[in-house]
Design a protein around this ligand. Structure first.
Ligand SMILES: O=P(O)(O)OC[C@H]1O[C@H](OP(=O)(O)OP(=O)(O)O)[C@H](O)[C@@H]1O
Ligand SMILES: O=c1cc[nH]c(=O)[nH]1
Ligand SMILES: [Mg+2]
Length: 211
């Protein structure tokens, strides 16, 4: 796994807005979208393109288009859904698949409760979206799922990561080639495996408290 920590004043400013406990859901959703657009710019640097012949008003020339098969964007529900609009705005030709995963906050086991993805991902570049990388269990499970379906390449975009989760992924995904793009590496996990200082439960901050 290659970790790309994107250190940029705009990301730092917008992350601070998300971290503040008084930030309401409406602003939290808007700023999450903006953060993803900035991270997507970096995460798509190695997107495959092909030459295309075009005509400008002045002359014939050669341009570039995103190659086929189209990139696949996969938000991990629920919190990853908050990153989807920003990502598809930056990569408008991408297709979208969905993975629903929840971490049992007591056992930390990951349950996959929904999946709507192409059965065969041969040749596909997949962009996984999830704002929080805490223990790393969810991202590891999602990544394995995609490679089992023969994804060519996986790039994960997260907002915050805990050092413990990064270490877990380095030790447990060493057989898998994944690029991870993150805006901040926080301090540690607390006794409930929440990121400190973090921003709380990203799903709850985006959508309200789950029952
Ligand atoms: O790195 P991990 O320890 O696996 O934790 C991270 C996961 O926890 C959060 O989702 P959650 O399980 O709270 O589901 P939600 O998005 O429905 O709130 C977050 O969005 C990640 O998917
Ligand atoms: O800090 C954390 C850890 C897991 N999931 C979250 O939403 N936040
Ligand atoms: Mg949650």
């Amino acid at each position: 796994m290659q970790v790309h920590h994107i250190d940029h004043p705009l990301l730092a400013h917008k992350l601070t807005v998300l971290r503040k406990q008084e930030t309401p859901s409406m602003i939290f959703r808007q700023v999450t979208e903006e953060l993803v657009m900035l991270l997507a710019y970096e995460a798509t640097r190695d997107l495959a393109v092909v030459d295309v012949d075009i005509q400008t008003p002045v002359t014939a020339t050669t341009g570039k288009e995103i190659a086929k098969p189209r990139p696949l964007v996969v938000p991990i529900l629920r919190a990853g859904l908050g990153m989807l609009d920003g990502m598809v705005r930056m990569a408008p030709t991408a297709e979208v698949g969905f993975l629903g995963m929840i971490r049992d906050d007591e056992t930390l086991n990951i349950v996959t409760y929904a999946e709507r993805l192409p059965k065969d991902l041969t040749g596909r570049h997949v962009f996984l979206l999830d704002p929080m990388l805490a223990t790393g269990g969810t991202l590891a499970e999602a990544c394995r799922f995609l490679y089992k379906r023969n994804a060519r390449q996986v790039s994960a975009i997260c907002l915050l990561a805990a050092p413990e989760g990064l270490q877990y992924l380095q030790e447990n995904l060493n057989d898998i080639d994944m690029n991870l793009y993150i805006a901040a590496i926080d301090d540690h996990l607390d006794e409930n495996a929440y990121i400190v200082p973090g921003l709380g439960d990203a799903g709850d901050r985006l959508y309200g408290v789950a029952g």
